[in-house]
Design a protein around this ligand. Sequence first.
Ligand code: HEC
Length: 91
Amino acid sequence: MTRRTATLVLVIGLFWGCSMTQTVPEPESPGAKLYLKKCTQCHGLPGPKRHTAEQWDHLLVMMESFMGEKGLAFPVEEKKLIRDYLHRNAR
Ligand code: HEC
């Protein structure tokens, strides 16, 4: 490998690394994926550690009504998946 290629690989690696810092716990789980998809529609992603399980329950009810106002669907199965995910990873 030439020195130039090595530098390029390093730079790409660094960018990749940085983009990964925005990840959440259990990034491969269905709950995390849904969380990333659903909860970034109106604002940035809140870290699961920002709130306790009880606070998340309350927040999810709030978010559900915001979604209702905007005409966005939030089916029970999805809510349950996100709720379980947040409970596992809450503060
Ligand atoms: C339909 C738009 C919408 C969607 C989708 C949405 N939110 Fe929100 N969210 C809001 C609005 C609007 C606020 C600001 C409410 C306020 O500060 O009064 C907010 C604020 C928040 C806050 C900050 C509350 C605080 O204490 O400052 C959290 C945490 C949050 N949302 C979590 C979520 C989660 C988790 C989801 C996914 C289930 C989600 N949101 C999806 C509209 C949305």
